[in-house]
Write a protein that binds this ligand. Sequence first.
Ligand code: 13P
Length: 253
Amino acid sequence: MSETERTPLIAGNWKMNGSAAMAEALVDAIAAGRSDSAAEVLVIPPFPYIDRLSRRAAKGGLQLGAQDLSVHASGAFTGEVSGPMLVDVGAGYVLVGHSERREMHAESDAVVAAKFEAARAAGLKPVLCVGESRQQREAGETEAVTRAQVEAVVDRCGAGALADAVIAYEPVWAIGTGLVATPEQAQGVHAFLRARVAEHDATIAGRIRILYGGSMKPQNAAELLACEDIDGGLIGGASLSADDFLAVIAAAG
Ligand code: 13P
């Protein structure tokens, strides 16, 4: 399947930023400004704002996602938010294994795989985040690390579980640092990841969207998105500005 048959997905991960007022204004501005873009657009606000944004997002043709979920569906897990709750308030997607969760909350590949499973069980589309640290890249471990991150999910959920999922390649050294992978570096890892999926299921590999994340912004989006195996972006900092996010959406076509 050629690249043109994969609808680009441009996702904005707001991380722990904003306010209710900012969230509403940002969604309205994105909805109004995306006009004739063919890309699917996903906004991923902090948990407390998902509910209040769900109508606005739906009206504006935007998808809504969450940044994390519990491995459990309900119970005595203070502070956790479950997949069914996210569906209840209007989320359709959820990030699993963002590097900030892996690093700061010690989420192992096994925990991430359990979250991937929990997301699917709730009817959410998981966005599996993978990526290597600077140290791992310098040690030549990029492929081993990202492969293990994908395989942990396949081992637990089966390759078929990737059918309605998204993969996001986010080199940790490029997140929030202003450093960005070159199109060649990013395309190389994306092609590697697609080939790993193809080892299990060629049809899913042809269809699955693999997003790039790591200091993507208007100045570099077009050349990254032009790469054959880059099917969209997972944008942090630049997704907090409607103008910048809209420029990235426009670069996706
Ligand atoms: P930045 O775009 O701020 O580098 O963040 C990327 C990211 O982590 C998105 O999930």
